[in-house]
Each structure stands twice: as C-alpha cells, then as structure tokens.
Design a protein around this ligand. Structure first.
Ligand SMILES: CCCCCCCCCC/C=C\CC(=O)SCCNC(=O)CCNC(=O)[C@H](O)C(C)(C)COP(=O)(O)OP(=O)(O)OC[C@H]1O[C@@H](n2cnc3c(N)ncnc32)[C@H](O)[C@@H]1OP(=O)(O)O
Length: 302
C-alpha cells in the first residue's frame, strides 16, 4: 500500500480523551459525538480508511472506479488496512462503503481470472480467501453500508460483515451470481450465505445465480435494513452505537463461537481450495465462459 497512516489527531480536551478511553475499553459511549475528534486517515489507490479514535469507528471507503472491482492491488490494500485496524486499540468498529456512484463493488476483477496461468490464479485466490477471512473473523463490529450494486465478491463483503444496510433503490442489485459468470462460489462463501439465508434459499440463490433488487434482498434477509441512499452511512454509524453498547469481550466471543465451524472448515481446506481454484479457472471451458461474460459486459455499453 502506497500510503501510511497519518496521525492527524488533535488532543484538545479531557472530553476527547475520555471518549477515546471509552472506545478502547469497549464500554458504552453515547455517540455520534462530533466534538474533539481524533482522526487517522490512510489512503491507497483503491481504498481509503478514516478512523475516528474518539468514537472507535473506522470507515473504509472503496474508491476504485469504474466499479470497485477486486484486483490484486485492491485485495492487498484491503488486507493491509484490515490488519492495521485490527491491531489498533482505538478501533472497535468498521463500516464499509463505496465512493463510486451506484456501485458498492462489482466483485472480483474478472481480468485477474482471464488469460492468466495457474501461478497467478494461486496468488490471486489466496488474496481473495484472505479478504474474506479477515473480514469474517474480525474482532471489530463490521457493518456494510451498501450504497450501490453489489454482485458476487461485492456481496461477499456484505455477507461477511455483521450487519448490512443497503440503499433503498430497486435498481441496485446484490447476490452471488457466480454461476452466471461460469464459475462457482467457494464452499466457505456458500457456508457464509447458508448461515445468513438458510439452506433452501441459498441453494436457489446460488443455482439460479440470483441478483436481488434491494427490496427483494431485504425480503429474503440478504440485507438487514433499507434506507434512503443519502442515509446509508449515517444509519450505519447509528447502528454501530447499538452494537457498541455490548461489551466487546462478550460480543467478540459470541461472534467467534457463531463463526467457528465455518472458519475451522475453511482453515482445514484452504490449500485444497486454492488448488481447486487454480485448476478450475485455468480450464479451457471456464476461460471460454469468462471470455463470453466479459464480452457481454463490454457489449452492454456499445
Ligand atoms: C469448484 C472449484 C471452485 C472454483 C471457484 C471458482 C471461482 C469462484 C469465485 C467466486 C467469488 C466471486 C466471483 C466474482 O466476484 S466474479 C465477478 C462477478 N461480477 C459481476 O458479474 C458483475 C459484473 N458487473 C456488472 O454487473 C456491472 O458492471 C455493475 C457492477 C452492475 C455496474 O454497472 P455499470 O453500468 O455502472 O458499469 P459497467 O458499464 O457495466 O462497467 C464499467 C466497466 O467495468 C467493467 N467491469 C464491470 N465489472 C467488472 C468485473 N467484475 N471485473 C472486471 N471488469 C468489470 C466493465 O466491463 C466496464 O468496462 P469498460 O469500461 O467497458 O472497459
């Protein structure tokens, strides 16, 4: 990542230090409180992170136009940002959102899977796994503020968060449409979806590669709440306050208990999953599907 965390915090009063202490200790604190904030910012080409140490909330803004697709740079920036936040005692919660109009994330960058050899596939897939693992197993409260369409890998970010708020716009879609692209959602992402939607709904969603409009996503429980687009971020911040009212240690233990089985299965099968991906994605038939899908995406514009 090109940039470093810049410490621009200004300690201006005792109030701010007690709020910061509140953030560190995981005790409930009434916020939003806009006075005397401590802000740390970190910007890479694809991702911006703003941590407000006075509230303990970091906002990670995806800023890779045109569609926040997850290329290697994106995945590397994401992993580094997550590591830094996880280690930062001032950070208790993370909000994910997008600066790209109408798109949260278009998912994996198909160009990273098209026309590349097995070595690249291996490195790329490990990075994809790492993104999911870091978010799914995070100690922080994670909230996806989905302010645009969120297919495939975009939906992965939302699913692996603790709570999902989406802009109430029927033109925005979310879901795991991998089968449509000619690829298959990995078992750990499937497991993640089963936990959210249940087995039957997941089976239909995956087999039919369904992308749900925001209202339909709410109906099936793929997102937790719809709000007007301009309120997505503020609602995420308000929701964070509710999650922060629970002591960190008990919430974290509960989260890891709920997610342990999926994480253990992932860790035991991680290398096999990488090999499967590298073998699968480099097959001629899969390359042909990816090529056809890419051409369709490009043709849409013409
Ligand atoms: C059994 C063994 C296991 C094997 C495992 C197999 C692998 C499993 C992988 C599972 C996990 C995730 C998979 C993915 O994430 S694949 C990506 C799927 N994504 C999509 O299908 C979304 C495609 N994009 C869209 O639908 C739209 O772009 C949008 C997001 C709704 C936005 O629409 P828009 O009108 O605003 O923008 P648009 O004109 O379509 O796009 C602008 C340019 O961006 C290019 N582009 C879009 N999406 C991608 C992408 N995902 N990767 C690369 N490039 C993308 C698009 O082609 C346009 O380019 P250009 O300007 O025409 O050059």
């Amino acid at each position: 990542m090109a940039s470093v965390l810049r410490h621009s915090a200004k300690f201006t009063s005792g109030i701010s230090s007690s709020l910061a202490a509140c953030a560190r200790n995981g005790t409930a604190c009434a916020f939003p409180c806009h006075a005397f904030r401590h802000r740390n910012s970190s910007t890479s080409s694809k991702i911006r992170v703003d941590l407000d140490s006075s509230t303990g909330v970091a906002v990670m803004t995806l800023q890779g136009p045109p569609v926040n697709s997850m290329c290697m740079d994106f995945l590397t920036d994401f992993a580094i940002s997550m590591e830094k936040l996880e280690l930062d005692k001032n950070c208790r919660g993370l909000i994910l959102t997008s600066a790209v109009p109408k798109v949260f994330s278009a998912g994996l960058d198909i160009m990273e899977m098209y026309g590349k050899g097995p070595e690249h596939a291996t490195v790329f897939w490990r990075a994809v796994q790492e993104m999911w693992f870091k978010l799914y197993s995070s100690n922080m409260v994670t909230i996806a503020a989905v302010n645009g369409s969120s297919p495939a890998g975009g939906c992965l970010l939302a699913l692996s968060s603790d709570y999902r708020i989406m802009a109430d716009n029927p033109r925005y879609v979310i879901g795991l449409n991998e089968a449509q692209v000619g690829i298959v959602a990995p078992f750990w992402l499937k497991d993640n979806m089963v936990q959210t939607l249940g087995h039957r709904q997941t089976e239909k969603s995956l087999q039919l590669a369904q992308l749900y409009s925001a209202p339909d996503a709410l109906k099936i429980g793929l997102v937790d709440k719809l709000v007007p687009e301009e309120k997505v971020l503020s609602t995420a911040t308000e929701t964070m306050a509710k999650w922060f009212s629970i002591p960190d240690h008990s919430r974290q233990i509960t989260k890891s208990m709920m997610r342990k089985q999926t994480i253990d299965k992932f860790l035991s099968n991680r290398e096999t999953d990488i090999n499967n991906f590298a073998n699968f994605v480099t097959k001629d038939s899969i390359q042909k599907s990816l090529g056809t899908y890419l051409a369709k995406l490009k043709k849409k514009k013409a």
